[in-house]
Ligand binder design. Structure first.
Ligand SMILES: [Fe+2]
Length: 315
């Protein structure tokens, strides 16, 4: 079953801007570009974990989930197949993603998921600027927060079908459900957005509060919009800020996230997102640009071209 977020792909008209935004602001390393000119970014020794493909509009192109091995892929694929969703194996895609094997499907909300294992190493990580490093390991790349039109249906799919476990909930006007698949407090969270589907943010965790502060200085010096100021979350205890990327979604850049031990963890309900900070800009709320009206009609089969950026919340 799914054990971590291994990699993630976006499509964007502004993909080229990530060649500077990535290393200079986030401190990630730029890897060799993809065959379609995609900007491929490293956060650890894996060859690349964040891929920004050139595209006509902002789009979450795919999730890459680590399922451990061939039997994990078979088990996850079978569970998805049991709810009537076609899972496609693609050896050409595995070569492009630098994994041993990939099978992919599109979920009921239009998000494309790739089940894979064996992401290749790219040698020692060299950060784009001096930082202590990104926290990955058994917690995977980070976490993603999605906006979904049907919170209960999404919780059922990501929980019962994909096997994510509920970490806790926050209801403070917006209802958010947090899910884990490894010790990271959440790898996937879903927030209710009536009639809409999209992506709010990708969280990258760094090793120290100094890494967070240094990044925040650069963001402020360059006048890059913050979606939320520095703050600390109630549930995962992450001390973080949210910066607008060149591609219309946010990166939550934080440190100190809680780790879950399933033997002792109890699911809690919170009525606030943050114990301090995480304030919206004085100019008003930044609305995610990877956000589209949800069309419950069946999605057309996405373009299976390995290097392209199909699917996503495109409908
Ligand atoms: Fe987050």
């Amino acid at each position: 079953m799914i054990s971590a977020l291994s990699y993630i792909g976006f499509a964007s008209p502004n993909s080229a801007q990530w060649r500077t935004f990535g290393p200079e602001v986030l401190g990630v390393q730029v890897a060799e570009p993809g065959p379609d000119g995609a900007v491929r970014l490293r956060v650890d020794d894996a060859e690349a974990r964040i891929v920004i493909h050139p595209g006509e509009r902002e789009q979450l192109a795919y999730f890459g989930w680590d399922v451990g091995d061939a039997s994990g892929l078979a088990a996850a694929g079978e569970r998805v197949g049991q709810v009537g969703i076609t899972v496609r194996h693609d050896s050409d895609l595995a070569a492009v993603r630098r994994t041993v094997e990939v099978a992919w499907f599109v979920d009921p909300f239009g998000f494309r998921h790739e089940l894979s294992y064996g992401l290749a190493s790219g040698g020692p990580f060299a950060p784009g600027r001096p930082i202590s490093g990104f926290v990955t390991g058994d917690g995977g790349l980070g976490h993603v927060v999605l906006l979904v039109p049907d919170l209960a249906g999404a919780a059922q799919f990501y929980g019962d079908v994909l096997g994510f476990k509920l970490s806790d909930t926050i209801d403070h006007g917006t209802s958010i459900r947090f899910f884990h698949c490894n010790p990271r407090h959440h790898t996937l969270a879903i927030a209710a957005a009536r009639g809409m589907v999209g992506v709010h943010h990708l969280m990258l965790e760094v090793g120290s509060i100094d890494d967070v502060g240094a990044a925040l200085d650069i963001v402020n010096e360059r006048h890059i919009p913050l979606a939320m100021s520095l703050g600390r979350h109630t549930n995962d205890h992450m001390t973080s800020f949210y910066v607008r990327t060149p591609s219309g979604f946010e990166i939550e850049y934080g440190t100190g996230g809680v780790r879950i031990d399933d033997r002792t963890w109890t699911v809690a309900a919170y009525d606030a997102q943050s114990t301090w900070g995480h304030k919206q800009p004085a100019s008003g709320r930044l609305v995610p640009q990877i956000l589209a009206p949800f069309d419950p009609a069946p999605a057309p089969a996405p373009d299976p071209a390995p290097a392209a950026a199909p699917a996503g919340p495109s409908r």
